[in-house]
Ligand binder design. Structure first.
Ligand SMILES: [Mg+2]
Length: 395
């Protein structure tokens, strides 16, 4: 089998990758909905993979893996990798999880990022109301994550929140918290946990942008709440570096699990985090880290170091859900849950087939057995959603 084309269309804001072969099989991969600008970046890899056998996934990856980078520059390589596995599974007539070594669970736990339900403010009562709404959703989520501190409106909306300046761009502010700012974050965490009780786990996405002393003070203050984790306090989301030594100071100072890693590209950049025991949980995203098999390798190496897995995925779209499910089915017992992407706009559910209905039951997704990723386009319906410049995407 040979790759004859690599195409990319932005559908409902999500760049979708299609790898075309000479045997009538196509594979699909998807990039986060916030990255429509990456279409030309995907096509940069086209000439490098034409003519290669897509079922030799690693051989194709050797041609392109070194030409990627930290978020967002690992997304294109990652989406192509997903599409290769999709083809390899379809060609063999088996689900991708079989190609990764087989499944160790029949259903995979997901967690909900509460930012999907809008909030009316940054006060503790707003946070409590928000997580109560999520708790009542029919999906029955067992873990909820909410943004606080620099991963929320607090730097702008809470007076005298921190000593730094509010930089431009999302989650770009950074600085030492004032006592008032620190107490505000703690009060919001307490309000959410009180609303949720002990039947639902709570994780907090905190930065990046916090300083080491604040990270330690926050992590210690919330110890009685038994949080799932504190995410990306120091570095993370779109910072093109890791700083494991700083994370180690925080992790060694508290019993609250410390989490990072959604921005990281490739296994090499997890090595120091694991070997220095710098964090307790990592959240690589298969759509950023270099793909499905890359994340599988990272999870195995994390497990050897006693480190837990909670893969990031909030914007990964429908093919992203498929990639997460195939992968999560195979991960060792250090797997907690992946971050459920959902679909926005809703019509995404009308242009793909293969997902269970409802997708989530009691906070889990049942692993399906269809070949490849197991999610495919309903071409006639999907064609209606193509932009004019992508009109030949399915040709
Ligand atoms: Mg995050």
């Amino acid at each position: 089998m040979k790759i004859t084309d690599l195409k990319c269309a932005v559908i409902g804001g999500y760049p979708v990758v299609r790898v075309v072969t000479d045997e009538g099989i196509s594979g699909y991969g998807e990039i986060e909905g916030s990255k429509s600008y990456l279409k030309s970046h995907v096509l940069f890899y086209r000439d490098r993979i034409l003519g290669l056998d897509p079922t030799d996934v690693e051989w194709v990856m050797l041609a392109i893996r070194r030409l990627g980078g930290f978020k967002p520059w690992g997304s294109s390589v990652s989406a192509i990798e997903m599409a290769l596995w999709d083809i390899a599974g379809k060609a063999a007539g088996i689900p991708v999880y079989k190609l990764l070594g087989g499944k160790v669970r029949d259903k995979v736990r997901v967690y909900c990022t509460a930012s999907k339900v809008p909030m009316n403010g940054c006060e503790p009562e707003h946070y409590a109301e928000n997580v109560k709404l999520i708790k009542e959703l029919p999906e029955g989520y067992t873990i909820i994550k909410r943004g606080v501190s620099f991963h929320s409106g607090m730097p702008h909306e809470v007076p005298n929140f921190h000593y730094g300046s509010n930089s431009g761009g999302a989650h770009a502010s950074r600085g030492l918290l004032t006592e008032r700012g620190l107490k505000h974050v703690i009060a919001c965490a307490e309000a959410m946990k009180e609303a949720l009780g002990d039947e639902i786990g709570l994780a907090l996405d905190c930065g990046p942008g916090m300083m080491v002393p604040d990270a330690i003070r926050l992590a210690r203050a919330v110890e009685p709440l038994n949080l799932m984790w504190l995410e990306d306090m120091l570095t993370g989301d779109y910072t093109p570096y890791v700083l494991p030594d700083l994370y180690r100071q925080v992790t060694e100072s508290t019993s609250t699990p410390i989490h990072t890693g959604e921005q990281i590209y490739l296994r090499q950049h997890f090595k120091e985090l694991f070997e220095k025991q710098a964090v307790n949980v990592v959240g690589p995203d298969p759509a950023d880290v270099g793909g499905i098999a890359e994340l599988k390798w990272i999870a195995e190496y994390a497990d050897l170091h006693g480190i837990l897995m909670a893969p990031h995925g909030v914007l990964d779209g429908m093919f992203g859900i498929a990639a997460h499910v195939q992968l999560a089915a195979t991960l060792p017992q250090n797997y907690i849950a992946f971050e459920f992407p959902g679909a926005n706009p809703d019509w995404w559910f009308d242009i793909v087939t293969g997902l269970p209905d409802p997708i989530i039951k009691d906070g889990f997704i049942n692993v399906w057995d269809t070949p490849g990723l197991g999610v495919d386009f309903i071409e006639e319906a999907a064609k209606e959603r193509l932009e004019e410049e992508d009109a030949d995407f399915f040709d």
